[in-house]
Design a protein around this ligand. Structure first.
Ligand code: FES
Ligand SMILES: [Fe+2]
Length: 349
């Protein structure tokens, strides 16, 4: 499926853009180069030199200015060419095509559509990742074979936890049996999944400071613009009121912000971070959560890419819905309306 253009997408993690680094990244089919300028501000530009189209990601940064390493043109602030070796006059046409790029809450957010519409107030909230009350490590997974909607389907239906993540995030068939509450908004969906009196999910066993059954919650917003999942989730001793919002000190509380950024129609960037709100002084806990989550997300990737291969082989085969598909069906319907609205706006312009 095509993707919305006029929205903020996660383009990179802040730590990827080290001083002097040139990051080549394709987003919505466009080859880009990302870097920091002389002031440390992030820049996203088309990865092609306006001279003879050599890739700029094969160039080098010179004090925040980008040198094309074919014939040596140098580009400075705002993408302006500031040096052409052996030539005094510089045409204003020698300019990089740049895209709005904003650094916020450890993500770099890019706007691939009409720059006049790029309002930073629309950037999704990911403050948990930069908040002193939480700890998070940046995660990334490359789906080399999956349209972003195939991954979105997975994130709008956690019934798969019972099977795909049997030994990690799962914890019994109950994940497939409970009925989530799904609320619809013009920006996306809010999905609430509450489990009472269940075993602790396997991946948390080493971290819990309590024994016995738990109450578990997963309450998340799926924001269609930018494909952002923002989820409050965790587990606490059964019966302590966690499902009514209580958070006793021993509760294992998390917040994750995950973003699907289409690379091409057939491949997807998956940025994720699972912030923990407990044991803040123990970096090993955060590392272990990150490691375990990465294992679980690799399980998703394996089944989703295998599924995508079959879908591609049978593009006209109809899928057959079950009750657990309610979230993804509503999500797809909303996405379809938003894509249509964007296409109508473009046709009218
Ligand atoms: S292609 Fe970049 S300087 Fe010639
Ligand atoms: Fe999953």
């Amino acid at each position: 499926m095509k993707a919305l253009k006029n929205t903020w997408y996660a383009a990179a993690w802040d730590v990827e853009l080290q001083p002097g680094a040139l990051v080549a990244r394709r987003i919505l089919g466009e080859a880009l180069v990302l870097y920091r300028d002389a002031d440390g501000l992030p820049v996203a530009a088309a990865d092609r030199c306006p001279h003879r189209l050599a890739p700029l990601s094969a160039g080098r940064l010179e004090e925040g200015q980008l040198r094309c390493m074919y014939h040596g043109l140098l580009f400075g602030q705002g993408g302006r060419c500031v040096e052409v070796p052996g030539q005094e006059m510089i045409s204003p046409n020698l300019k990089l095509k740049t895209y709005p790029l904003v650094e916020r809450h450890r993500y770099l957010w890019i706007w691939m559509g009409d720059p006049a519409l790029a309002d930073p107030a629309l950037i999704p909230d990911a403050h948990w990742l930069a908040d002193p009350n939480w700890r998070a490590l940046p995660g990334y997974l490359h789906y080399d074979r999956a349209n972003y909607v195939t991954v979105m389907d997975n994130l709008l239906d956690f019934s798969h936890l019972a099977f795909v993540h049997e030994n990690t995030l799962g914890g019994g068939k109950v994940s497939a049996e409970i009925k989530p509450r799904i609320e619809r908004f013009d920006w996306g969906l809010r999905i609430s999944r509450l489990y009472s009196n269940i075993p602790l999910p396997p991946y948390l066993k080493a971290l819990a400071r309590f024994e016995g059954l738990v109450d578990r919650w997963q309450i998340y917003d799926w924001r269609m613009a930018g494909n952002v999942l923002s989820m409050d989730f965790g587990s606490a001793p059964a019966g302590c009121g966690a499902l009514e919002g209580a958070r006793p000190p021993e509760a294992l509380v998390f917040h994750t912000v995950q973003c699907l950024t289409p690379e091409t129609e057939g491949s997807t960037h998956y940025f994720w971070a699972a912030a923990n709100g407990f044991e803040l002084d123990n970096a090993l806990v955060t590392e272990e959560i990150h490691r375990q989550t990465a294992i679980a997300f690799a399980e998703d990737k394996a089944i989703i890419q295998a599924q995508q291969a079959v879908i591609d082989e049978h593009p006209h085969e109809r899928m057959t819905a079950i009750a657990a598909d309610a979230g993804l069906q509503q999500g797809r319907a909303l996405l379809g309306r938003m894509l249509q609205a964007e296409a109508d706006r473009e046709a009218a312009a």
